[in-house]
Design a protein around this ligand. Structure first.
Ligand SMILES: Cc1cc2nc3c(=O)[nH]c(=O)nc-3n(C[C@H](O)[C@H](O)[C@H](O)COP(=O)(O)OP(=O)(O)OC[C@H]3O[C@@H](n4cnc5c(N)ncnc54)[C@H](O)[C@@H]3O)c2cc1C
Length: 391
């Protein structure tokens, strides 16, 4: 049986960043990932980073390419009732956002991790965690055809919503809160110039849409769609026509279309598990919470958890203290619940839930209020750029 200080399940952004941060502080870890590296790096997901996330990636020494290639955004636009209103994030909060794809973060992390001699067991099968309530937690798995075990001090469950770590906690010890939304997001990635320099969130009678980007030549667009729609019913031409129909005139006129290089439908869900600590097991990122993508909080929340857990583990190994470890769950959840509220609220504000005209008129009234009131715009901006940790 081999040994490490921290066994990390999952080599998504949470798992690799935690391992990399621990490495910079001389703490040993092993990462077990069920997929191949190429598969993990190809998953098209998030792309909008809060300044706290940017700082954490720089702290881990993996931010150089992001600082060169990422797009800095000072604001964001809300479109409704045929008009647009820009929220000046920088003026209202002093903070900016960074556009840099999760695929690129994943590559930067894996490259830096490998260069530092970090251990990732890609394609580890049948991963199971044992005795996480006792003093000698273990992880068993099959790798390259052989069954193996690692003994460790702590296990970090960074294995996403469908992972094994949360599922290993006895039902009576964990509370799960969930809200499933009655629509999905149809996303298209295309090598065309974006319609605007900043993100545009659109409330439209035909349904929500979002104009986003990965670079100034690669756009990421989304349409609210029925959950049971299939990709076959959305050829590129229909997607572009529908997007154009939902955009305010000035952006519809500027829309450049092209062949999609990725197209997918994602369901929308809010989900929080609590607590996040079970003996020597810590749940991190999507293993513990999911938000709908409206407002781009998912990846930012996941990496914020990593920051809190990293600090606690460093304090434990340097000072022998349990204080921050025992506070991990409460500190992480304080941020998680606020972002869960914001993502739910923003989703509710921007999407069509039914043909109910009363609900639609209330949405427009609230959007007008945000456009007219600096206090309302400021509350939006503070949540959008990411609320600071409570302590
Ligand atoms: C389709 C989609 C679109 C998204 N879009 C956005 C967006 O626009 N903006 C935003 O902010 N967020 C978005 N998100 C959320 C964001 O991508 C996640 O919050 C982020 O990936 C969380 O990182 P993580 O490392 O915690 O989990 P994950 O990225 O899910 O990584 C978990 C890893 O664990 C591995 N794993 C799972 N089970 C096991 C096991 N049994 N053994 C070993 N390894 C295992 C998985 O293969 C995976 O590599 C999106 C998510 C999805 C799914």
């Amino acid at each position: 049986m081999s040994r490490t200080q921290v066994a990390i399940i999952g080599a998504g952004p949470s798992g690799l960043l935690l391992s990399q941060l621990l490495h910079t502080c001389g703490i040993d870890s092993v990462v077990l990932e069920r997929r191949a590296r190429a598969y993990v790096e190809a998953r098209i997901r998030a792309g909008l980073l809060e300044s706290g996330t940017v700082a954490l990636l720089n702290q881990a020494g993996v931010g150089a390419r992001m600082m060169r290639e990422g797009l800095v955004h000072d604001g964001v636009e809300l479109a409704f009732d045929g008009r647009t209103h820009r929220i000046d994030l920088k003026a209202l909060t002093g903070q900016q956002m960074m556009v840099y794809g999760q695929t690129e973060i994943q590559k930067d992390l894996a490259d830096a991790h490998a260069a530092a001699g970090g251990r990732v067991l890609w394609q580890a099968e049948e991963v199971a965690i044992h005795d996480f309530d006792g003093h000698t937690p273990r992880v068993s798995y099959r790798h390259a055809g052989a069954r193996q075990q690692i003994e460790c001090d702590f296990i970090a469950g960074c294995d996403g919503y469908h992972g094994v770590t949360r599922a290993s906690v006895p039902a009576g010890r964990i509370t799960l809160h969930e809200r499933v939304y009655p629509f999905g997001w149809l996303g298209v990635l295309a090598d065309v110039a974006p319609v605007a320099d900043e993100l545009v969130y659109v409330n439209h009678a035909r349904g929500f849409s979002l104009c986003s980007m990965r670079s100034m030549n690669r756009s990421r667009y989304y349409l609210q769609c029925p959950l049971d729609d299939s990709l076959d019913s959305w050829p590129d031409a229909r997607f572009w026509d529908e997007l154009r129909a939902r955009l305010p005139e000035k952006y519809a006129a500027r829309l450049v279309t092209g062949a999609s290089i990725e197209k997918s439908i994602a369901p929308l869900r809010s989900f929080v598990a609590e607590p996040l600590r079970f003996g020597r097991l810590f749940l991190v990122g999507d293993a513990a919470h999911i938000v709908p993508p409206t407002g781009a909080k998912g990846l930012n929340l996941a990496l914020a958890d990593v920051g809190v857990l990293h600090q606690a583990l460093v304090e434990h190994y340097r000072a022998g203290s349990e204080t921050l470890l025992s506070e991990y769950s409460a500190r992480a959840l304080a941020r998680v619940w606020k972002a869960t509220r914001f993502s739910w609220w923003f989703t509710t504000l921007m999407h069509r839930f039914s043909a109910d005209t009363f609900a639609y008129r209330l949405q427009l009234a609230e959007l007008e209020y945000i456009a007219q009131s600096e206090a309302a715009a400021c509350a939006f901006a503070q949540n959008y750029v990411g609320l600071r940790p409570p302590h």
